[in-house]
Write a protein that binds this ligand. Sequence first.
Ligand code: SF4
Length: 283
Amino acid sequence: MTPRQLITDAKNTWCPGCGNFTIQHTLKNVLADLEREGTLLDNVVLVSGIGCHAKIADYLNINSFYTLHGRTIPVATGIRLANPGLSVICCCGDGDCYAEGLDHLLFAAKRNIDLTVIVHNNRVYGLTTGQYTPTSPLGFKGKSTPRGTLENPLNPVELMLAAGATYVARGYTKKMDQLRTLFREGISHRGFAFIDVLQICATFFPAADYYTPRVYDLNGHDPSRFEDACMKAREWDYTTDAPIALGTFYRRQSPVFEAHTKGPGPGTAGRDKAVRELLEKRG
Ligand code: SF4
């Protein structure tokens, strides 16, 4: 399979200039790289939610599962538990997994289940024409908030660090080369990998003029240091004029959840042994 064949012939309905194109083509390039290096793409599954982002399941020619709103993570979790031989990539929206699906996201990170979660964070509900999401800035004016929101946005990077994610990164759709590196790292990481992508919504939140002058690369940052990662995550709270760090905030190795779910059922000696081993490894 060549990179060209990874794009289906389904009619693409994203708006011109939409950051989803960058995410789609970056993921396509990473998958093509992996295949050239020997990965069997039949063992890769893409799971999407509901929203503009979710159409990526129609546009990329790999196994995919188009789920319900906010339910990307539980479906992906089920796939991993049923067949740990599969590599599962989740494409979620910010209105999707930071709102209705937030509990699933937090618990998947807490469990360190081996998923790669790519959040198309355009900070608006684009498919339903411009309502505010959990990451929309304070004062955001949209269909549901014509006078501006009264809420501060969530900081997903900080949230994922607190929840226990073992790989945490942030990319930007105007930085495609870096995004490629982050997707590659996330997919290669054994454990819960989270990549928040600042995605331009060309129609309802065209924020490139805000992001582009503020972003910088986390060069020299040591991703093994949790406190430093938290400090960097808090530097920009999704609202202010502070510099916006891009790159890998945090990475560590830890036993994955699904490694301990095989064998005899819950409550049996085999399961108890697996839990004991997990506790010992985690210290
Ligand atoms: Fe992209 Fe926004 Fe158009 Fe949706 S509404 S396709 S996110 S530009």
